[in-house]
Each structure stands twice: as C-alpha cells, then as structure tokens.
Write a protein that binds this ligand. Sequence first.
Ligand code: SAM
Length: 276
Amino acid sequence: MELWFTEKQTDHVGLTYKTKRILLAKRSQYQEVAIIETEQFDRMLLLDRVVQTTISDEFVYHEMIAHVPLNSHPNPRRVAVIGGGDGGTIREIIKHDCVEKAVLVEIDEQVIRASRQYLPEISSGLDDERVEVLITDGIAHIQESKDTYDVIIIDSTDPVGPAVGLFTEEFYGDVYEALTDEGIMVAQTESPYYEPELVQRTFSRVNANFPITKLYLAFIPTYPSGMWSFTIGSKQHDPLAIDGKKPEPIETRYYTHDVHKAAFCLPRFVQKLVKP
Ligand code: SAM
C-alpha cells in the first residue's frame, strides 16, 4: 500500500510526499510532533502537520539563518537561538570558533527529544560544551536578558500558537535591548510569494526598532513556494559590508560569501514589500 503525506501549504495548495513510514507521532503540550520518512527528502520533522525541516534540504535554511548574521558581526561571542529545537541552527553556529556560548531557548522539549532520537545529523551540535539548552518561552527569556547577546536568531514556527508573540514589534524591541552594542538579530519571516503582507508587516516591525534592517532570500524546496525570507536587524553593522572581514566558514553546502551578498538582491515584487 502506498502512503502519501500532504502538507496543506495554503487553503488551495498542498505539497505531497511519498512516505515510507511514520517514525513518531505524539502530542506535546504545545503541538503535534511527528517524524516521517519520505522517499525524496528522507526523514522530516512535522509540527502540527507543517514541515519544519528535512534531512535532505535542511542545510539551506540552517546555514542561511546562522552564517549571514554571524558573518555580519565582527566578533560574535554570545549567541541565542529562539525556537530551533531541531538543533540545526546551533550546529551551524558552533562552526564559528569565536562563539563562546550558544543558548537554545525552545518552548517544547518534545521537539528536542524527537530531533535527538530521529534526526541526529541535525541535532548533533546540541551536545557541544558551548551549548546551553533552556526549555522556556523565548519571549520571556528575551525580556529578562539585557545587553547579553551579540547575535539573536529567531528560528520559530509560523506565527500561530506560542510563536505569535515572536513576530510583534514589542518583541523586536526586547530583542534590541537583549543585544549588545554591536548586536544583530535575524528572524525567519516566511514566503514573500504566499505571505506578502506578513513579510511587509514583519519587516516594518523590525525596522521600527533597528537602524539597519534588510531582507534576504534563500531557496528551500520543502517550504511553501520554495522562496523563503529572513529579516535581519542590526544596530551598527551593515550585513552587506562583509568583504574581506572573515574567512569562509568551514563545511557549508549552500552558504558562501558571494551567496551571502547575492541573497540581499531582491526581485522587484519583494523589493516593494520592504520599501520604507
Ligand atoms: N525551520 C523551521 C521553520 O521555519 O519551519 C523552524 C524550526 S524550529 C522546529 C521552530 C521551533 O520554535 C519549534 O520547535 C517551536 O516549539 C518553537 N517555538 C515556537 N514558539 C516559541 C516560543 N515562544 N519560544 C521558544 N520556542 C518557540
């Protein structure tokens, strides 16, 4: 018998994966956590039936959410990830020798457990001695942290449930306060093709708090439309001024310095979303 899983990406569009087996399906306090093994993308993490990451294409998202802000900062020593319980962003962060401490703030312990058990390729970095894992709400953690982090990475689910508060202007204000003087934040900000208003709104909320705000793109096959946006807010450093500052990070498959710069070249319909 053939088994197919469809992620309903919009009210009218679904992406369907031929599935070998379901490895895990359980309800946590916050969401349904599932791991399935697909033919095309290998194992994938689903939260409430929404694809979060897959063994096959995770490198694009995790490299681009981590290396763009880290290479835009002259010396990131303390880094926080809000969400990101699969561990992929942490795995990329600890490739940077200058990072002394990386704090993962994930609300749902079950996501970390599932990833540790079924996605070791992604979660491996969580055991690094520089990594601290906190099981708590990222909104509260950021409110309590002042002048603490050089880089804050918001690696959240879509803006529903506990992630709604991670897309507000107040939260980005708290992120500003939690950052050190040269601090930089980045957030995953969804698909400009399917969610233009959300991209526009989130950009203006970051921009209300940060003097330098820019949007960049990466191409992720399993995310709705394939075109994914990230919004970066910086106190001092322009993420485009990276020439000659840092060596290329080791062991990447998507990120290079040229890709870093090219990611900020936006198609015209996306440019219009981020015009002041
Ligand atoms: N790469 C993914 C994407 O864009 O679909 C995001 C992956 S990661 C699994 C997202 C995580 O954010 C989830 O594990 C979820 O539990 C966590 N999360 C949602 N709201 C949160 C909050 N307020 N504080 C901390 N973690 C939160």
